[in-house]
Design a protein around this ligand. Structure first.
Ligand code: IMP
Length: 432
């Protein structure tokens, strides 16, 4: 049965939510299969803004069932806060939102563990601080992971926490180094009581979502998978080690949702007309603005500040080497070019077509962040445009410079451009 995946081909924040919104009534279920509350999106419905980070963006659509798959890591207070936020805005998700009993749970000690690891300068990844990495570590490590289904069995949960929490306390004390004064050991009983409270409220939402999805596919329902983060943050194929801890490519669907990824017949790769990145890690086309303020201008006009952490995002030119790489890995059928309007008014735009390492030219993306650090971008220049393009609704409404820019992205990536976005509103869209 036809399913679609919407995936970001850069380092996240590509405006994937707008593409899901444009798919409109074209689906019955919307599914998240990776990450957790490290994603961030603001969705506006009838003038009301909802700030979501754990629930899929499609949750605001009427008559759509939303699913948080087993590959997601769930922070219960955040889950409930988002459900409440929607309810306050008049959107009732009871009966239409489900969370996998196999999904792993983020506990306060995960966040504390992350705080300690990230506050030493060395080895810092620049994470969102939401406990994502430590929770996935426990999942894969097997001994200390706790799944959503386990929250629903009080005696079992108490026993598990009695085993896990003392170990976590010892572990954190061992690497508290310099932060020992701020370290407060967790009490297993108190954690259990807190989480059992959340569990009671979560109970109606918890189910075996793999089965739900398999049954939905068998019944001919249309699914959309929302990849969280971006492909360059994928734990296997991204700029390791400066990545997130999950599979953010469509390859994560099978493992993270429990349905064969062959059900996905359309893969939409989403890119910004430039590049942004939050957190540490190499970024060859970064505009660090020793020079002319172009980076600051893009950051300001594009409102490039993290939705989850508020951090200013690093920005730079479009990197066609990176996007060719992620387009191939993700199996994208098409790309959508977002935030093109942000580049209006720049006299000259640059597209990175290759890298140079020690004077040698490379057109393939290197295998890890250490290699990428050595890459110098090779640019091609394109004349910009000065016109306001936010009212363009057809490709022919765009000035020649903007049209050429989009065409060149398509040529360099080797995929057709199906959508060009020229503003945040649904109407500010060109279907190419
Ligand atoms: P973590 O996912 O919080 O562990 O962070 C790992 C890296 O991924 C950091 O560089 C974060 O800034 C980045 N990251 C995580 N989620 C997102 C996202 O949704 N958009 C952009 N960057 C993200």
């Amino acid at each position: 049965m036809p399913a679609t995946c919407v995936v970001g081909l850069q380092w996240g924040d590509e405006a994937k939510g707008k593409i899901v919104d444009l798919l409109g009534d074209g689906f019955d279920l919307v599914v998240r299969y990776n990450g957790g509350a490290n994603a961030g999106h603001t969705v506006v419905v009838n003038g009301k803004a909802f700030k979501l980070s754990l629930l899929p963006t499609g949750v605001i659509r009427p008559n759509v069932t939303s699913v948080i798959g087993n590959g997601v890591v769930v922070y219960p207070p955040r889950f409930l806060e988002e459900v409440d936020q929607l309810a306050r805005g008049g959107i009732d998700v009871s009966g239409s939102l489900f969370v996998s009993d196999h999904a792993h749970v983020i506990f306060p000690y995960h966040m504390e563990e992350e705080r300690l690891l990230e506050s030493g300068g060395e080895g810092k990844i620049g994470t969102t601080g939401r406990g994502i990495g430590p929770c996935y570590q426990d999942k894969v490590g097997r001994r200390f992971g706790i799944r959503v289904g386990e929250l629903l069995r009080p005696d079992h949960l108490r026993e598990r926490l009695k085993f896990v929490v003392p170990f976590k306390n010892r572990l954190m004390a061992a690497f508290a180094n310099g932060h020992a004064a701020t370290l407060k050991p967790f009490d297993p009983e108190a954690v259990a009581t807190e989480y059992l409270g959340y569990a009671e409220r979560m109970r109606p939402f918890v189910t075996d979502t793999s089965r739900l999805l398999q049954d939905s596919l068998a019944a001919g329902k249309r699914l959309i998978f929302e990849a969280a983060q971006g492909s360059l943050l994928d734990v296997d194929h991204g700029t390791y080690p400066y990545v997130t801890s999950s599979s953010s490519l469509p390859s994560g669907i099978w493992g993270g949702a429990g349905v064969p990824s062959r059900c996905v017949q359309r893969i939409i790769g989403v890119v910004k007309a430039y590049t942004s990145r939050v957190g540490q890690g190499p970024f060859p086309t970064e505009l660090d603005d020793g020079s002319d303020g172009t980076g600051e201008r893009i950051r300001r006009i594009g409102r490039e500040y993290g939705t989850v952490t508020g951090r200013p995002r690093r920005v730079g030119w479009f990197d066609a080497v990176a996007v060719r790489y992620t387009a191939a890995l993700s199996g994208a059928d098409e790309i959508t070019v977002m935030l093109l309007d942000v580049l209006s008014g720049l006299p000259e735009l640059k597209l990175c077509t290759a890298y140079e390492i020690d004077g040698e030219r490379h057109t393939h993306f290197p295998s890890d962040a250490y290699q990428l650090e050595k890459c110098k971008p090779v640019y091609e220049s394109i004349s910009g445009w000065s016109e306001d393009i936010t009212k363009a609704r057809k490709l022919t409404d765009l000035p020649a410079g903007a049209r050429r820019y989009v065409e060149r992205i398509s040529e360099l990536v080797g995929l057709k451009v199906s959508v060009v976005s020229v503003g945040p509103d649904r109407e500010q869209t060109i279907l190419a």
